[in-house]
Design a protein around this ligand. Structure first.
Ligand code: GLU
Length: 432
């Protein structure tokens, strides 16, 4: 305990040249999980040395997306753009010690003869002959560091114990190991995460749909669902369990469970996770996610959180089983919250055309008006009893009532709708 050498320190090191995409988010999640699992430290480092391609907006977007996903960092963010002198000094030191040399204003690493072997925690032993590696640039002629220099200098300085990152960096690792050696530093554990592919087995890209994390927020995906989905992109718990809360995920996570095989990004699976979380999220949390959507839809009123909170909870609970995205809640709530309803002409044509059925609805309205109490049971008994008396199928009365009350031919259970709508509104709408 408390020995610095056994301390787990991991970092997520995005380059702010774009939004946080799902691949980056998966890397960040695995780093975060590993840190939590091992009681370690999760460090955020912004690799913004490429001034032309980096922007503060992108950095802000990345931090926001990580926060939304609940990936809280313990240290940082560190900005490489503020550490340039450190990289320059290190490059000079490497020159002085004979590991690097000046070349037309740039500084190049002198690749030694031999081979580099390391044991990747995911991909196993990897060996590269150094004669396949050119003398690579450390410091450009404009005195800006290359990625290899800054990443190794920082990983050493920040005492990173495990470098967990995408498999697209496997080919960079031998060069970086040579730098560790030249700088006299011990190696971290390297764990490269399998690539993420689209359903057509090519590398995931915009062609396959949204790749930016915040686009999923806009689409009404909840962070819990995206996180759970991302956790299973290239990692498996070794059991059939698919739904994990944070605690379970941290407990189950290990580098051994990471697969070498490419992971396939399946939108349907993400949609499934979202539906699962929408049906189970704690009410208060769900309302926090829903409020902006109700506001956007023009359906919010503060009483929903106050006087009407119990009623609002019944409404949300009624809609949970069918909801696929957050926007489904306001969409399906219109009929309760908006005084005007829109009638779907096809539904009217199908279930309300017969003048007889309209007469029946009028009569049903009067019956419901005089019920001693207006509940799930009493409304159902009234509708079924009335259909019996009329000698028609209850279904015909129910379908017609559904269109009259909701404007649609598909809606939640009609008696739930009636009770939630309340007697007054139900009666008024049946008198169509
Ligand atoms: N900044 C690099 C990237 O965004 C990651 C560096 C690393 O993880 O070693 O791809």
């Amino acid at each position: 305990m408390n020995q610095p050498s056994s301390q787990v320190r991991v970092r997520f090191a995005p380059s702010p040249t774009g939004y946080l995409h799902v691949g980056g988010a998966r890397t960040a999640l695995f780093d975060w999980l590993f840190a939590r699992k091992r009681n370690g430290t999760f460090i955020l480092r912004i690799e913004d040395t490429d001034v032309e391609r980096s922007s503060e907006d992108m950095t802000r977007g990345i931090l926001e997306a990580m926060t939304w996903l609940g990936l809280h960092w313990d240290e940082g963010p560190y900005y490489q753009s503020k550490r340039l002198d450190f990289y320059r000094e290190t490059a000079q030191r490497l020159v002085k010690e004979g590991h690097a040399y000046q070349d037309e204003g740039a500084i190049r690493f002198r690749v030694p003869e031999g081979k580099v072997t390391y044991d990747d925690a995911v991909f196993g032993e990897i060996t590269v002959e150094t004669d396949t590696i050119e003398n690579f640039v450390l410091l450009r002629s404009d005195s800006n560091p290359t990625y290899h220099l800054s990443v190794v200098v920082d990983d050493i300085d920040m005492r990173i114990s495990h470098v967990i990152r995408g498999a697209d960096h496997i080919s960079n690792t031998p060069k970086q190991i040579l730098l560790y050696r030249a700088l006299g530093a011990s190696l971290p554990v390297f764990a490269h995460l399998p690539l993420i592919l689209g359903p057509d087995k090519t590398r995931l890209s915009k062609r396959h749909g949204a790749t930016s994390v915040m686009a999923y927020q806009d689409e009404g995906i909840v962070p819990e669902a995206l996180r759970n989905f991302l956790a299973l992109l290239g990692w498996a718990p070794g059991t059939d369990q698919e739904l994990f809360n944070d605690e379970e995920l941290i407990h189950a996570f290990s580098l051994q469970g990471i697969s070498k095989a490419n992971a396939v990004f399946n939108q349907d699976k993400l949609a499934w996770f979202n539906a699962q979380y929408l049906s189970r999220l704690e009410h208060e949390k769900l309302v926090r996610y829903l409020k902006p959507e109700f506001i956007k839809a023009g359906l919010w009123r503060d009483s929903l959180e106050k006087e009407e909170s119990a009623w609002f909870k019944s409404l949300i609970d009624l809609l949970r089983p069918r909801a696929r995205v957050l926007q489904d809640f306001p969409r399906q709530s219109c009929l309760f919250l908006d005084p005007n309803i829109e009638y779907d002409p096809a539904a009217v044509e199908k279930f309300l055309k017969d003048p007889k059925i309209k007469e029946h609805l009028q009569a049903l309205a009067s019956r419901l008006e005089s019920l001693p109490e207006f509940t799930l049971q009493s409304t159902e008994a009234a509708v079924r009893g009335f259909a019996d008396e009329l000698g028609i199928k209850a279904g015909a009365l129910i379908n017609a009532s559904r269109v009259a009350l909701t404007g649609q031919s598909v809606a939640p259970g009609i008696f739930d709708v009636m009770t939630l709508m309340g007697r007054e509104k139900t009666v008024a709408r049946l008198r169509i």
